[in-house]
Design a protein around this ligand. Structure first.
Ligand SMILES: Nc1ncnc2c1ncn2[C@@H]1O[C@H](COP(=O)(O)OP(=O)(O)OP(=O)(O)O)[C@@H](O)[C@H]1O
Length: 893
């Protein structure tokens, strides 16, 4: 083929083009791509070599153009002219243009489309509309958290401390982008709580704004992991932001406070951070290891005055010493109102949203998990369309499309008295995840338009059977990742599990497995949309293998070729024949549960819960067609499978619970496992708890060692307990914190004779401020509140509108405490009854209270026996009482 004139010109001018135009590479690539002279693959290839520098990229571009032929070369030469024109513009204007381009590029890199596009939203300009506002807490600095449980357990108010304040995205945004902001601002949040979404939103809103004086730079630790050679900060940034290169040196050396540097995902950083012994380096041009750059940035030695926004999951927060953190934010997740709003924004119709919300709000375990946005997404996918297989009264059924499994999920009458367990909707977390996977396989993979909802449900067993190999391989990879604590997979991982990444892309990408491209190297990486999905698929694989009589650990070996694999299989099945399959099966399940117990970090907690859930035949029915022992078709049309939960599983879990070596956190997880296994004895366990609590004689509290998390869990399952009496149970502030998720839900909370102190009062203040608080009677007699604790309580009561009855005898509140109460009584219109016996209040305190009561008309009882009043004081109080016939004041000397 004859070489055209433009191709030849490019070859002849190669050296000059590299010399003069490398710095315009980004712009050139953008335009060339827009006019179709290069493809997306070309872009990836060229940008992929960015680590070797701009000039190398430019050479590659020239090679690519050569390969693409005359037309592309002509386009390139034409574009050069316009770029040439730009080089003559004045410096300042050029700088502005580069910054504008920087904003555009950053906004594109931080688009929100990944998951929003799944719902088929047409994202116009205002894509943030689809984001639900989320609640944060903020405090100066942070204290090291104790973390031994699955992080998803630590959401909502359970994360809060006494000194923090509540805020929303806007507050965070304004704080970080304010001129005065500097130092390290850290955002901590559990997996899937929305940290990256916050980062994306922040970058996009900044890019759309014209007035901000800050320049945002954003890097993820996932990308920094790929830097294996020593580098300078300046090179790192100019490789990452080629378009800023001409000004970077000047910007970095003249005005670091102008920058907001975002570092996302500290928990994923694979290099150790040594804050004590890393050599100091303040020169951005000096070459050093990547971890030293990070340490020097965080310590404020490199780029002094720069603002850093660091995000991390809670377990990795402590990698940065508390003294270096100026503001600490926690993502508390969605409040109840925000959860509701999420479903309204993300379900296809108001009716669908209402049905999903009705289902979620009636099951406390679901409700608690829905603090986490990623879980809301899973739940809405599961219940919104896939859930109709299980929910006869959900939306699609209402609209006339009855689910095929409609009858298969009659109330689980054999499950025991618990109201929760009797429900006919998917209530266990395992059932939700089964619906999620089924929903994706049925309604998303096959294309939304093919066949009606009803037809697709009818073909579900067939489709699930077909998808089984791919789900199984995905599950094996997920399981291997879990064992190795790996959450990011490379293309080579996929192929070692016989997974074809293009096929996966068509089928699951966005829905289950997300593809990421590191912007430094453009290498592909994959991670499950949420770690809980990884844990579910791992459990699915584990149970499938175990039920098929295969060892789940065998399937993890890298692909060893067809022949060897089948030889392996034959050996395993021969071994199984000799080795009593049932015994082997049980041993394997035991092994899976041990995984959960052994990992103190809690990272296998959900995995073991899912394994338990999937061992329940009724739950497996949702994925009928996937498992080898799938229920026969006739069962789908009549009564549910009569098989109960395997007794050996319940026996195993109960014996784990009895183990004296089990830590409280693991104990709670075993409770969760029992819930997933639909244990009929759970409600009995709650009753046993109640019995123990009611039998506890006062005075023995010191010797008690209760697992309050377990009680909290059991209480979540029961909606009918209104009164929580924990008098004299040795309950301290820490125990109270563990009960936090359920405390607001009782009408009477009796906590007398426990060593709560002012710390406990702080926990109570969170309960009283909770918008869902239902407490009417708060009894905190002899709980060591003191004046300090009372002050905290009073502040919270000023905002609370539910408590009518406050009993707080024997708390040594003194006259100062009486003063705080008086302050409260001036504005509070809810309290009708206050009992203040034996609280060291003197005549002075009584005077203050009487003055305040002149402004209060709602209080009906004020009992103040055994305080330090003089005869004169008592007389005055009695006289005052005569002026208030509707108020019963009781005193004695
Ligand atoms: N404010 C929000 N409104 C709506 N959906 C949200 C919001 N925040 C997060 N999500 C949803 O939750 C998913 C997980 O969010 P994101 O990836 O930001 O979590 P993360 O905390 O960074 O998780 P990880 O620690 O696993 O990296 C998102 O893909 C999105 O579906």
């Amino acid at each position: 083929m004859a070489v055209g004139a433009c191709c030849t010109e490019i070859q002849q001018r190669r050296v000059e083009l590299v010399e003069n135009y490398s710095e315009h590479l980004t712009r050139l690539l953008d335009i060339l791509f827009n006019v179709g002279a290069v493809t997306e693959e070309d872009l990836s290839l060229i940008r992929g070599s960015a680590v070797r520098g701009e000039r190398e990229c430019m050479r590659l571009l020239l090679d690519v153009l050569n390969g693409r032929g005359e037309e592309s070369c002509r386009a390139f030469l034409y574009i050069l002219q316009s770029v040439q024109g730009e080089t003559t513009k004045p410096e300042q204007a050029k700088k502005q243009e580069h910054l504008k381009k920087h904003k555009d590029i950053l906004a594109r890199q931080h688009s929100l489309v990944d998951y929003l596009s799944i719902r088929g939203h047409n994202l116009g300009q205002d894509e943030t509309w689809y984001l639900t506002d989320i609640t944060f807490s903020r405090q100066a600095g942070y204290a090291l958290p104790s973390q031994c449980r699955h992080e998803s357990a630590g959401v909502g108010d359970a994360f809060r401390t006494r000194t923090d304040e509540i805020c929303v995205f806007r507050d965070l945004y304004e704080n970080l982008l304010s001129k005065l902001s500097s130092g390290v601002n850290m955002l901590s949040g559990v997996a899937g709580s929305g940290k990256t979404t916050v980062v994306r939103r922040l970058v996009r809103e900044w890019a759309a704004e014209n007035t901000s004086s800050k320049i945002v730079l954003s890097l993820s630790f996932r990308e920094l992991n790929l830097i294996t050679q020593e580098q300078s900060l300046q090179d790192l940034l100019s490789d990452h932001y080629i378009h800023l290169k001409p000004f970077l040196h000047e910007l970095l050396s003249s005005n670091p406070p102008k920058f907001l540097l975002i570092l996302d995902g500290l928990d994923e950083f694979c290099y150790p951070l040594n804050f004590e012994h890393t050599p100091k380096c303040s020169n951005p041009e000096r070459v050093q290891p990547i971890q030293s750059i990070v340490v020097n940035l965080i310590k404020g030695i490199l780029l002094p005055g720069v603002s850093i926004f660091l995000t991390s999951r809670p377990h990795a927060v402590s990698k940065v010493p508390p003294v270096l953190v100026s503001q600490f934010y926690s993502l508390l997740g969605f409040s109840l109102a925000q959860q509701k709003q999420y479903f309204e924004q993300n379900c296809s119709s108001p009716e669908a949203a209402a049905a999903v919300w009705a289902s979620v709000s009636s099951h406390k375990p679901l409700l608690l998990m829905c603090h986490i946005p990623a879980f809301c997404w899973i739940v809405s996918t599961a219940l919104h369309d896939g859930g109709s297989c299980l929910c006869p009264d959900s939306v699609s059924a209402k609209s006339g499309e009855k689910g095929v499994l409609e009858n298969a999920n009659q109330p689980n009458s054999s499950l025991g008295p618990s109201e929760v367990l009797l429900s006919s909707k998917p209530v266990t977390i395992t059932e939700i995840y089964c619906c999620f996977v089924k929903s994706i396989v049925l309604f998303h993979v096959q294309g939304r338009s093919e066949g009606s909802h009803h037809t697709r449900l009818q073909h579900a067993p067939h489709v699930l059977g077909e998808m089984q190999p791919i789900l199984k391989s995905l599950g094996a990879m997920a399981f291997k990742g879990l064992l190795e604590r790996r959450f990011i997979f490379e293309s080579s991982d996929l192929s070692s599990f016989n997974l074809d990444s293009t096929k996966i892309s068509q089928v699951f990408l966005f829905e289950i497995l997300k593809e990421d491209r590191a912007s430094l190297t453009f290498e592909k990486g994959f991670h499950f949309i949420h770690t809980s999905v990884q844990e579910f698929l791992a459990a699915l694989y584990y149970v499938l293998q175990s039920l098929s009589g295969s060892d789940p650990f065998l399937g993890l070996k890298p692909s060893t070729g067809q022949y060897l694999q089948s030889a392996f299989k034959q050996m395993a099945s021969a071994f199984n024949k000799f080795g009593k399959p049932r015994r082997l099966f049980r041993r394997r399940i035991k092994k899976a549960l041990r995984c959960g117990v052994q990992h103190q970090s809690g990272h296998m907690d959900l995995f073991s819960r899912f394994v338990c859930g999937l061992l329940v035949p009724r739950t497996r029915l949702i994925l009928n067609g996937f498992f080898p022992d799938g229920p026969k078709m006739h069962l789908l049309r009549c009564q549910p499978s009569p098989d109960p939960t395997p007794p050996f599983l319940l026996h195993l879990l109960h014996s784990q619970l009895q183990s004296s070596t089990l830590s409280p956190e693991r104990q709670v997880n075993v409770c969760h496992c029992l819930y997933e296994a639909q244990d009929p004895g759970l409600s009995q366990r709650l009753q046993d708890w109640m019995k123990v609590l009611s039998q506890q004689a006062p005075g023995q509290s010191g010797s008690l060692n209760r697992d309050w998390s377990e009680l909290a869990f059991l209480l979540q399952l029961s909606s009918d307990v209104q009164v929580l009496n924990l008098d004299a149970q040795g309950l301290d502030a820490d125990g109270l914190r563990r009960l936090l998720p359920v405390l607001p839900l009782f009408s009477t909370l009796s906590l007398g004779q426990n060593p709560l102190g002012s710390e406990g009062a702080s926990v109570l203040s969170l309960v009283l401020r909770n918008p869902d608080c239902r407490i009417q009677r708060l009894w905190v007699v002899a709980t060591g509140l003191g004046c300090e604790g009372l002050k905290i309580l009073v502040e919270a009561l000023k905002e609370n509108h539910t408590v009518t009855d406050l009993r707080m005898a024997i708390n040594k509140i003194g006259d100062d405490g009486a003063g705080y109460l008086a302050e409260l009584l001036r504005t509070n219109c809810t309290l009708t009854d206050i009992r203040l016996r034996d609280n060291l209040v003197t005549d002075k305190g009584a005077e203050v209270l009487m003055a305040a009561l002149k402004e209060n008309t709602t209080l009906e009882y004020l009992w103040m026996f055994d305080n330090k009043f003089t005869k004169d004081g008592v007389k005055k109080l009695k006289e005052f009482a005569k002026t208030r016939p509707n108020l019963d004041i009781k005193v004695c000397v």
